[in-house]
Design a binder for this molecule. Structure first.
Ligand SMILES: C[S@@+](CC[C@H](N)C(=O)[O-])C[C@H]1O[C@@H](n2cnc3c(N)ncnc32)[C@H](O)[C@@H]1O
Length: 268
Protein backbone atom coordinates (compact mmCIF):
# COMPACT_ATOMS: atom_id res chain seq x y z
CA UNK A 1 0.00 0.00 0.00
CA UNK A 2 1.17 3.55 -0.75
CA UNK A 3 2.44 5.88 1.96
CA UNK A 4 0.04 8.62 0.83
CA UNK A 5 -3.58 8.29 1.80
CA UNK A 6 -6.55 10.58 1.46
CA UNK A 7 -6.96 12.85 4.46
CA UNK A 8 -9.87 12.80 6.88
CA UNK A 9 -11.98 15.93 7.12
CA UNK A 10 -9.77 17.94 9.48
CA UNK A 11 -12.31 20.75 9.69
CA UNK A 12 -15.01 18.56 11.31
CA UNK A 13 -15.63 19.09 15.01
CA UNK A 14 -15.54 15.33 15.65
CA UNK A 15 -12.08 15.09 14.08
CA UNK A 16 -10.79 18.07 16.02
CA UNK A 17 -12.03 16.70 19.36
CA UNK A 18 -10.59 13.23 18.61
CA UNK A 19 -7.28 14.78 17.55
CA UNK A 20 -7.04 17.03 20.61
CA UNK A 21 -7.67 14.07 22.91
CA UNK A 22 -5.05 11.90 21.22
CA UNK A 23 -2.45 14.71 20.79
CA UNK A 24 -2.92 17.01 23.82
CA UNK A 25 0.59 18.42 23.37
CA UNK A 26 -0.39 19.96 20.03
CA UNK A 27 -3.39 21.88 21.32
CA UNK A 28 -1.49 25.06 22.35
CA UNK A 29 0.14 25.40 18.90
CA UNK A 30 -3.21 24.91 17.20
CA UNK A 31 -4.82 27.47 19.50
CA UNK A 32 -2.06 29.94 18.67
CA UNK A 33 -2.68 29.43 14.94
CA UNK A 34 -6.42 29.84 15.42
CA UNK A 35 -5.92 33.19 17.14
CA UNK A 36 -3.50 34.29 14.43
CA UNK A 37 -5.97 33.23 11.76
CA UNK A 38 -8.75 35.26 13.38
CA UNK A 39 -6.56 38.37 13.60
CA UNK A 40 -5.15 38.08 10.07
CA UNK A 41 -8.59 37.45 8.61
CA UNK A 42 -9.76 40.79 9.98
CA UNK A 43 -7.18 42.46 7.79
CA UNK A 44 -6.80 40.19 4.75
CA UNK A 45 -10.19 38.51 4.38
CA UNK A 46 -10.36 39.25 0.65
CA UNK A 47 -6.72 38.71 -0.28
CA UNK A 48 -5.38 35.20 0.24
CA UNK A 49 -1.88 36.06 -1.02
CA UNK A 50 -1.52 38.92 1.49
CA UNK A 51 -2.98 36.66 4.17
CA UNK A 52 -0.58 33.80 3.47
CA UNK A 53 2.36 36.19 3.15
CA UNK A 54 1.59 37.34 6.71
CA UNK A 55 1.37 33.69 7.86
CA UNK A 56 4.81 33.09 6.33
CA UNK A 57 6.24 36.20 8.00
CA UNK A 58 5.00 34.92 11.35
CA UNK A 59 6.19 31.33 10.73
CA UNK A 60 9.58 32.36 9.33
CA UNK A 61 10.21 34.47 12.44
CA UNK A 62 9.99 31.20 14.39
CA UNK A 63 12.39 29.46 11.98
CA UNK A 64 12.57 28.96 8.20
CA UNK A 65 12.59 25.16 8.45
CA UNK A 66 9.38 25.24 10.47
CA UNK A 67 7.83 27.66 7.98
CA UNK A 68 8.12 25.19 5.07
CA UNK A 69 7.33 21.93 6.85
CA UNK A 70 5.48 20.43 9.80
CA UNK A 71 8.57 18.88 11.34
CA UNK A 72 11.12 21.65 11.74
CA UNK A 73 14.22 19.46 12.18
CA UNK A 74 17.05 20.04 9.71
CA UNK A 75 17.12 16.28 8.96
CA UNK A 76 13.45 16.23 8.03
CA UNK A 77 13.90 19.41 5.97
CA UNK A 78 16.75 17.77 4.06
CA UNK A 79 14.84 14.48 3.66
CA UNK A 80 11.77 16.08 2.08
CA UNK A 81 13.98 18.15 -0.21
CA UNK A 82 15.86 15.04 -1.32
CA UNK A 83 12.58 13.20 -1.95
CA UNK A 84 11.43 15.92 -4.35
CA UNK A 85 14.78 16.06 -6.09
CA UNK A 86 15.26 12.30 -6.53
CA UNK A 87 11.76 11.97 -7.93
CA UNK A 88 12.28 14.60 -10.61
CA UNK A 89 15.71 13.28 -11.56
CA UNK A 90 14.19 9.80 -11.94
CA UNK A 91 11.63 11.46 -14.19
CA UNK A 92 14.34 12.85 -16.43
CA UNK A 93 15.32 16.24 -15.01
CA UNK A 94 18.64 16.94 -16.75
CA UNK A 95 21.17 19.76 -16.25
CA UNK A 96 20.22 21.51 -19.50
CA UNK A 97 16.55 21.78 -18.51
CA UNK A 98 15.08 25.08 -17.40
CA UNK A 99 13.07 24.86 -14.23
CA UNK A 100 10.57 27.12 -12.50
CA UNK A 101 9.87 26.36 -8.86
CA UNK A 102 6.66 27.97 -7.61
CA UNK A 103 6.78 28.56 -3.85
CA UNK A 104 10.49 27.77 -3.63
CA UNK A 105 10.56 28.49 0.12
CA UNK A 106 14.04 28.39 1.63
CA UNK A 107 15.26 26.02 -1.10
CA UNK A 108 14.62 22.77 0.75
CA UNK A 109 14.67 21.04 -2.66
CA UNK A 110 15.78 24.09 -4.62
CA UNK A 111 19.36 23.85 -3.38
CA UNK A 112 19.59 20.37 -4.98
CA UNK A 113 17.91 21.52 -8.20
CA UNK A 114 20.28 24.50 -8.38
CA UNK A 115 23.31 22.26 -7.88
CA UNK A 116 22.10 19.87 -10.59
CA UNK A 117 21.01 22.37 -13.26
CA UNK A 118 23.23 24.44 -15.52
CA UNK A 119 24.05 27.96 -14.36
CA UNK A 120 21.04 30.26 -14.55
CA UNK A 121 18.56 27.46 -15.29
CA UNK A 122 16.76 27.55 -11.93
CA UNK A 123 14.05 30.14 -11.38
CA UNK A 124 12.37 30.24 -7.97
CA UNK A 125 9.40 32.42 -7.12
CA UNK A 126 7.64 32.93 -3.82
CA UNK A 127 5.09 35.31 -2.34
CA UNK A 128 7.07 35.69 0.90
CA UNK A 129 10.00 38.13 1.08
CA UNK A 130 10.94 36.63 4.44
CA UNK A 131 11.37 33.12 3.06
CA UNK A 132 13.27 34.46 0.03
CA UNK A 133 15.80 36.00 2.40
CA UNK A 134 16.08 32.61 4.09
CA UNK A 135 16.57 31.12 0.59
CA UNK A 136 19.56 33.41 0.08
CA UNK A 137 21.00 32.14 3.36
CA UNK A 138 20.64 28.57 2.09
CA UNK A 139 22.43 29.53 -1.14
CA UNK A 140 25.33 30.97 0.81
CA UNK A 141 25.48 28.03 3.23
CA UNK A 142 25.58 25.61 0.30
CA UNK A 143 28.12 27.65 -1.69
CA UNK A 144 25.83 27.84 -4.72
CA UNK A 145 26.32 31.51 -5.63
CA UNK A 146 28.12 30.62 -8.88
CA UNK A 147 24.97 28.90 -10.17
CA UNK A 148 23.23 32.31 -10.33
CA UNK A 149 19.70 31.12 -9.62
CA UNK A 150 16.84 33.59 -9.89
CA UNK A 151 14.93 34.10 -6.64
CA UNK A 152 12.01 36.37 -7.33
CA UNK A 153 9.13 37.77 -5.27
CA UNK A 154 5.71 37.18 -6.86
CA UNK A 155 2.31 38.59 -6.10
CA UNK A 156 0.22 36.24 -8.22
CA UNK A 157 0.53 33.20 -10.48
CA UNK A 158 0.04 34.85 -13.87
CA UNK A 159 3.80 34.60 -14.66
CA UNK A 160 3.40 37.78 -16.70
CA UNK A 161 7.13 38.62 -16.37
CA UNK A 162 8.25 35.24 -17.77
CA UNK A 163 8.65 34.31 -21.44
CA UNK A 164 6.48 31.97 -23.55
CA UNK A 165 7.47 28.33 -23.90
CA UNK A 166 10.53 28.62 -21.65
CA UNK A 167 10.38 26.05 -18.84
CA UNK A 168 10.85 22.30 -19.28
CA UNK A 169 9.78 21.65 -15.71
CA UNK A 170 7.53 23.69 -13.46
CA UNK A 171 7.34 22.43 -9.89
CA UNK A 172 5.21 23.37 -6.88
CA UNK A 173 5.67 21.28 -3.77
CA UNK A 174 3.34 21.91 -0.85
CA UNK A 175 1.98 25.13 -2.36
CA UNK A 176 -1.52 24.15 -3.52
CA UNK A 177 -1.96 22.47 -0.15
CA UNK A 178 -2.04 26.07 1.11
CA UNK A 179 -4.02 27.55 -1.76
CA UNK A 180 -7.71 28.23 -2.28
CA UNK A 181 -9.22 27.20 -5.59
CA UNK A 182 -8.98 30.61 -7.29
CA UNK A 183 -5.17 30.66 -6.79
CA UNK A 184 -4.83 27.21 -8.36
CA UNK A 185 -7.11 28.22 -11.19
CA UNK A 186 -5.03 31.32 -11.87
CA UNK A 187 -1.95 29.12 -12.12
CA UNK A 188 -3.69 26.70 -14.53
CA UNK A 189 -4.86 29.60 -16.65
CA UNK A 190 -1.29 30.79 -17.23
CA UNK A 191 1.17 27.93 -16.75
CA UNK A 192 0.57 26.47 -20.23
CA UNK A 193 1.98 29.64 -21.80
CA UNK A 194 5.37 29.34 -20.11
CA UNK A 195 5.81 25.56 -20.52
CA UNK A 196 8.26 24.54 -23.23
CA UNK A 197 6.98 22.02 -25.80
CA UNK A 198 7.02 18.63 -24.07
CA UNK A 199 7.39 20.27 -20.66
CA UNK A 200 5.37 19.39 -17.56
CA UNK A 201 4.12 20.95 -14.36
CA UNK A 202 4.18 18.82 -11.18
CA UNK A 203 2.42 19.90 -8.03
CA UNK A 204 1.52 18.28 -4.74
CA UNK A 205 -1.78 18.71 -2.94
CA UNK A 206 -3.60 17.43 0.11
CA UNK A 207 -6.00 14.85 -1.23
CA UNK A 208 -9.39 14.03 0.16
CA UNK A 209 -11.92 11.57 -1.14
CA UNK A 210 -14.60 13.08 1.05
CA UNK A 211 -15.78 16.65 1.33
CA UNK A 212 -13.34 19.31 0.17
CA UNK A 213 -12.44 21.56 3.06
CA UNK A 214 -9.88 23.93 4.55
CA UNK A 215 -8.42 24.38 8.01
CA UNK A 216 -7.61 27.86 9.33
CA UNK A 217 -7.28 29.16 5.72
CA UNK A 218 -3.83 27.53 5.72
CA UNK A 219 -4.46 23.92 4.68
CA UNK A 220 -6.72 23.07 1.74
CA UNK A 221 -7.99 19.59 0.80
CA UNK A 222 -9.10 18.74 -2.73
CA UNK A 223 -10.42 15.75 -4.61
CA UNK A 224 -8.20 14.63 -7.47
CA UNK A 225 -11.06 14.96 -9.97
CA UNK A 226 -11.66 18.60 -9.02
CA UNK A 227 -8.09 19.50 -9.97
CA UNK A 228 -8.10 17.33 -13.10
CA UNK A 229 -11.33 19.01 -14.28
CA UNK A 230 -10.01 22.48 -13.43
CA UNK A 231 -6.85 21.81 -15.43
CA UNK A 232 -8.88 20.57 -18.42
CA UNK A 233 -10.85 23.83 -18.43
CA UNK A 234 -7.54 25.57 -19.18
CA UNK A 235 -6.34 23.23 -21.94
CA UNK A 236 -4.19 21.07 -19.65
CA UNK A 237 -4.11 17.30 -19.16
CA UNK A 238 -3.63 16.26 -15.53
CA UNK A 239 -2.96 12.85 -13.99
CA UNK A 240 -2.28 11.54 -10.50
CA UNK A 241 1.30 10.24 -10.22
CA UNK A 242 0.96 6.71 -8.84
CA UNK A 243 4.69 6.22 -8.29
CA UNK A 244 4.74 9.24 -5.96
CA UNK A 245 1.97 7.65 -3.88
CA UNK A 246 4.40 4.90 -2.89
CA UNK A 247 6.86 7.35 -1.35
CA UNK A 248 6.82 8.37 2.32
CA UNK A 249 4.98 11.68 1.95
CA UNK A 250 1.48 12.60 3.04
CA UNK A 251 0.56 14.66 -0.02
CA UNK A 252 -0.33 13.42 -3.50
CA UNK A 253 1.19 14.61 -6.76
CA UNK A 254 -0.41 15.56 -10.07
CA UNK A 255 1.42 16.08 -13.36
CA UNK A 256 0.02 18.58 -15.82
CA UNK A 257 0.94 18.82 -19.49
CA UNK A 258 -0.36 21.02 -22.22
CA UNK A 259 -2.96 19.35 -24.45
CA UNK A 260 -1.58 18.99 -28.01
CA UNK A 261 -3.52 21.96 -29.38
CA UNK A 262 -2.04 24.31 -26.78
CA UNK A 263 1.45 22.81 -27.15
CA UNK A 264 1.30 23.62 -30.87
CA UNK A 265 0.23 27.19 -30.19
CA UNK A 266 2.96 27.77 -27.59
CA UNK A 267 5.64 26.02 -29.64
CA UNK A 268 4.73 27.83 -32.85
C1 LIG B 1 5.13 24.67 2.68
S1 LIG B 1 6.19 25.80 1.89
C2 LIG B 1 7.05 24.74 0.73
C3 LIG B 1 8.29 25.39 0.17
C4 LIG B 1 9.06 24.53 -0.85
N1 LIG B 1 8.26 24.23 -2.02
C5 LIG B 1 9.53 23.26 -0.17
O1 LIG B 1 9.07 22.17 -0.54
O2 LIG B 1 10.31 23.39 0.74
C6 LIG B 1 5.10 26.70 0.80
C7 LIG B 1 5.78 27.86 0.11
O3 LIG B 1 4.95 28.34 -0.93
C8 LIG B 1 4.87 29.74 -0.85
N2 LIG B 1 3.58 30.09 -1.47
C9 LIG B 1 2.34 29.89 -0.95
N3 LIG B 1 1.42 30.31 -1.82
C10 LIG B 1 2.09 30.74 -2.93
C11 LIG B 1 1.68 31.29 -4.18
N4 LIG B 1 0.40 31.46 -4.48
N5 LIG B 1 2.63 31.63 -5.07
C12 LIG B 1 3.96 31.46 -4.79
N6 LIG B 1 4.39 30.96 -3.59
C13 LIG B 1 3.46 30.61 -2.69
C14 LIG B 1 5.02 30.07 0.61
O4 LIG B 1 5.43 31.40 0.83
C15 LIG B 1 6.04 29.03 1.03
O5 LIG B 1 7.36 29.48 0.85
Amino acid sequence: MGATHPARNRSSLAHQVRYALSHPGRVPAHARRAVRDALLRLRYRHDHIAYYRAVMASDTARGAEAAVGHNPSREQWARIGRLQFDYLVEHGLAPHHRMLEIGCGNLRAGRLFIGHLDTGHYYGIDISPHILLAAQETLVREGLQHKLPYLVLADDLTFSFLPDGHFDVVHAHSVFSHSPRHVIEECFAHVGRILAPGGFFDFTFDRTEGEEHQVLHEDFYYRTQTLVDLAARHGLAARLMDDWERLPHRQSKIRVTALPERARTVGA
